[in-house]
Ligand binder design. Structure first.
Ligand code: FAD
Length: 551
């Protein structure tokens, strides 16, 4: 339910609705986009980043919060572990039980490998489960992988690694077919044709969705498949270090049992990291859309083992996070809402950006509106702009909101806000890690026998990912990594040696760089009891400098 102070703003917004419905809003020119990013995108705030002092990316800029976990001491003393006590011995070890991990495990097992999937929480407690809007694939007659490729590159500001983007779009139709075969229930027309819609930055309607819970539906099916095919799994176990042979090739991992605190070892011929992103680091104090386990653990482990990271200075802030009510600040309002026709409107009742610009542009435009005093203020001092969702009903017919966005509708209805009749208030939220472990087309990192798939990897999306391409990438590269890791494991005849020498070497670098010994990682789960974590979201609060003179 909205307080009177916000209702006034809603009335201003409603007064312009009819005129806005007829309005076509131009896309920004390349120059305008550059300027918008430079002035308002959080990645461009110089003091929010620092150069890494240690490791393979030494000298490169990365957000302070990420640097804090990359430049940190291990959570245990490597000399305290008995490496002769091997609890699990497999061909392919997969770390992470989201979409990328599940796809990798299924493919590696199908290729004949002995597989073990270990995950921090339960299988499917992951960002994959939370994905709402959809998954891209160019599988309609008016579309092609070549068009999809150009969109991916445009969205990524042409910084993507071309071979990775190529693999992404070429495998896409096959991934949709695979999911269908496994039982994913995509939205379809009465005649059985897939319904596809636009996403930000896409030149064709190629977003396949399962209402607004696409990730949950995909994860449901993948998890069932892991069970049906008896894939070995261990849950509530967090990887806290990789093991190597002492000469730079990865040979397993050390885990901690989250219930007992006991450490145990898995030896493997190849390892696939599928640990997802870093949303819970709350870069620059932003709220986030991610699940609680998104704490960049995979990046930390791979970095210590010598893996090069790419694009670690770019984070994706989803333009439309919830800005009201307070209880759900930061949660996602899927891009599908804009895809269906909802407009972004400021406190004066005006549109200010074409709604389906790429995410970084749209987020920057919303931040601009709020900083320049055209944002809507909530009673607790959070700022945002309106997302005019009732427009969907006017454009698509009565009942369209509930039919297309059932999960989103209920998310707000619980707080007395009905998005088929009232707009919702929105502000950017930390959503996705654009960069990650540098991989090749098989998911192989720069470190021997270490593969990475999904959000933990980088390069595919350049400096900005388009909607629907992450659910796609986790499956494309999860499957590719699974197959390649299984083949590499088959070719490895010797029993892998186990060592933590790389950790000792990394500690020497940390000591030389005078990194405080109190700073430890991986984080495993965020600790919101810490004062530093409690002060999060302060940027959203009342700030006299927030209102800049418009120029
Ligand atoms: C709210 C939301 C909506 C989204 N909507 C879309 C969308 O519509 N379309 C789209 O394409 N993308 C979307 N995305 C992005 C996409 O869902 C994710 O990028 C993608 O699912 C990540 O998959 P993943 O398998 O790499 O990681 P995850 O699914 O996050 O899985 C990572 C797994 O690793 C485990 N793990 C982490 N650390 C450790 C450790 N130390 N040891 C053991 N296990 C560990 C985690 O617990 C988790 O199980 C959305 C994301 C969010 C958060």
């Amino acid at each position: 339910m909205y307080p009177d102070s916000m209702r006034e703003s809603i009335r201003r917004m409603e007064a312009t609705r009819e005129a806005r419905m007829k309005q076509t809003f131009p896309m920004r020119t390349a120059e305008e986009k550059k300027e918008l990013l430079r002035r308002f995108h959080p990645d461009y705030i110089e003091e929010s980043m620092r150069k890494l002092a240690v490791g393979p990316n030494q000298g490169e800029r990365t957000p302070n919060e990420l640097a804090d976990v990359l430049e940190a001491w291990p959570v245990f003393d490597e000399t305290s572990i008995d490496l002769s006590q091997v609890e699990q011995d497999v061909d392919v070890l997969i770390i992470g039980g989201g979409g990328a991990g599940a796809a990798a495990a299924l493919t590696a097992q199908a290729a004949g490998a002995r597989v073990l999937l270990v995950t921090k929480l339960r299988t499917g407690d992951a960002n994959t489960m939370m994905a709402q809007g959809g998954i891209q694939a160019a599988d309609k007659p008016n579309d092609s992988p070549a068009r999809h490729y150009l969109d991916v590159l445009g969205g990524g500001h042409f910084k993507n690694i071309p071979s990775l983007a190529r693999a992404l779009v070429l495998d896409a139709p096959g991934v949709i077919a695979w999911l269908e075969e496994l039982g994913v229930m995509f939205d379809k027309q009465k005649d059985g044709t897939m319904i596809t819609i636009h996403g930000g930055g896409t030149s064709r309607k190629r977003m396949h969705a399962c209402r607004d819970y696409t990730g949950a539906e995909i994860m449901r099916v993948l998890r069932d498949e892991l069970v049906n095919r008896n894939v070995s799994r261990v849950e509530f176990a967090a990887a806290v270090e990789l093991l190597t042979d002492g000469r730079g090739t990865v040979t397993g991992a050390v885990f901690v049992n989250l219930e007992t605190g006991q450490k145990w070892i898995a030896r493997a011929k190849t390892v696939i990291l599928a640990t997802g992103g870093c949303g819970r680091l709350h870069i620059q104090g932003f709220p986030c859309t991610n699940h609680y386990g998104a704490t960049a653990d995979g990046l930390v482990l791979a970095y210590r083992a010598g893996a090069k990271l790419i694009f670690m200075d770019t984070i994706q802030y989803h333009p439309t996070g919830v800005a009201y009510p307070e209880q759900i600040v930061g949660l996602l309002i899927t891009e599908k809402v804009r895809g269906l026709g909802a407009q972004l409107v400021n406190d004066q009742g005006n549109r200010f950006i074409y709604e389906l610009e790429s995410r970084d542009i749209t987020a920057s435009a919303i931040i601009r509106e709020c900083r320049e005093g055209r944002g809507v203020r909530t009673p607790t001092g959070v700022f945002g702009v309106w997302l005019d969702s009732p427009l969907i009903e006017m454009l698509k017919g009565e009942g369209a909101v509930k039919a297309s966005l059932p999960a989103m509708y209920h998310q707000f209805a619980r707080y007395g806000i009905f998005m088929d009749r009232e707009p919702v208030l929105t502000y950017p939220t930390q959503h996705y890690q654009n960069g990650g472990i540098l991989i090749d087309e098989d998911g192989l990192s720069g470190v021997g026998n270490l593969y990475a798939a999904g959000e933990v990897s980088g390069g595919i999306h350049g400096r900005n990912r388009l909607m629907g391409n992450s659910l796609l990438d986790i499956l494309v590269f999860g499957r590719r990594a699974g197959k390649a890791a299984a083949e590499a494991a088959k070719a490895t005849k010797a029993v892998p040696e186990l060592s933590l020498k790389h950790v000792a070497a990394f500690k020497r670098e940390l000591a030389a760089a005078k990194v405080p010994r109190s700073r430890k990682s991986p984080m495993i789960l965020p600790d919101y009891r810490q004062p530093a974590m409690r002060g999060r979201y302060s940027f959203l609060g009342p700030d006299p400098e927030c209102v800049l003179p418009a120029d």
